[in-house]
Design a protein around this ligand. Sequence first.
Ligand SMILES: [Zn+2]
Length: 155
Amino acid sequence: MVMAAKKGPGPGGGVGGGKAEAEAASEVWCRRVRELGGCSQAGNRHCFECAQRGVTYVDITVGSFVCTTCSGLLRGLNPPHRVKSISMTTFTEPEVVFLQSRGNEVCRKIWLGLFDARTSLVPDSRDPQKVKEFLQEKYEKKRWPDTFPWGLCQL
Ligand SMILES: [Zn+2]
């Protein structure tokens, strides 16, 4: 795992140096995203939508970390959210900066600021239909945001 692909520009420069640099940079951003979804922020270890442990996707639209099931549901919203696989996709710097500034803790304040667990129920993650309805309430009807609009990702 420590095999950092060091293919630095050789002596005398060469062709494609800039491209390699861009690829190396994008690799750095991908790693940053994986870190964000791992240990650096505890709130990102569980799916923002269903609280299931283990996140595999990011919701670029709002800047949250979600599980595979919920990523599919988010794609099906109207308008659809942009989701990206944490391990299979490359990320750009603005996307990573956006994710760093959001994350699940901040998203909770934004989208569930007025959410009251006493009157509304968080859906059971084993029931995709319920989760879907919950997401529609949350993002399509915008039922619980505290200080909307916080703005969506404009990338
Ligand atoms: Zn989920």
